[in-house]
Design a protein around this ligand. Sequence first.
Ligand code: MLT
Length: 319
Amino acid sequence: MVVGALGLALAGGVQAADAYPSKPVTLVVPFSAGGPTDVVSRALGQAMARELGQSVVVENRLGAGGTVAAAFVARAQPDGYTILIHHNGMATAPALYKKLSYSPLKDFEYVGQVADVPMTLLGRKDLPPANAAELVKYVSQNKDKVSLANAGLGAVSQLCGLLFEEAVNVKMTSVPYQGTGPAMTALLGGQVDLLCDQTTSTLPHINASRVKLYGVTTPNRIKALPNAPTLQEGGLKGFSMKVWHGVYAPKGTPPAVVARLTKALQQALKDPVVAKRLDDLGAEIVPADKQTPEGLKTWLKAESEKWQPLLKTMKLEAD
Ligand code: MLT
């Protein structure tokens, strides 16, 4: 009896969605523990766990600018027990990796956006320029003698570095590391000159004057660093970069399960503990209309259309 079997299967699906979650949910993070994406993920995961009544286990799956983790979740069981948090890399990867095994716009269900994080352009403590205007002159005079660290192809630190190079029209020496942790260690140790990284990891170093701050990457000054000029104020016209985060589930995850995850995400973002933690990190919770499947999908599409053509002209592709 085909109809009966289908009916039973559907009833099973509804029941499964009703009972969801009946075991811990794994939140896959594409970057290293303690890094900028990880700290946002852990704050969110703990609060989502309270909402879901189940643990949310953060699993760091590193590699290839976040594409290893995204590919893993795209292929996971679509049952809501394996979900992904990712940043701008979801929009940029198709222009950076020739052999991407998933489509960010086709192979996922969209749970919602989380928070935006400004970036800061930093120099080693003893780098001669005192401000952004002097930095622009310095890099123009020293060109590839200036080294610019990043967390690898597809990392937002790399994207920000590329934008800086574009803005000053100078190609510097790019130094990729296996994450922003080692990139920051190299900056603190004076082995590299510059690093553009997220406030979620840079604030303590800026506040302790362990690095030189040349400016924030957002068009307006930020609450976490009210006295820090923007790079636009420093003369880099139109410079604008922020890191955004979305939560994804594999394509085919039942709509009721996605809705449950979205509700947990929205409730988590109302949690004062999460709000305080993100605020302390310089992150800003996105408005309610972005904390939705449609809000994330529309944003991902717009960001893909914005960045992919630009990155393709830079010919940065890896296998
Ligand atoms: C991280 O969490 O390590 C970062 O988000 C890496 C980056 O994209 O720069």
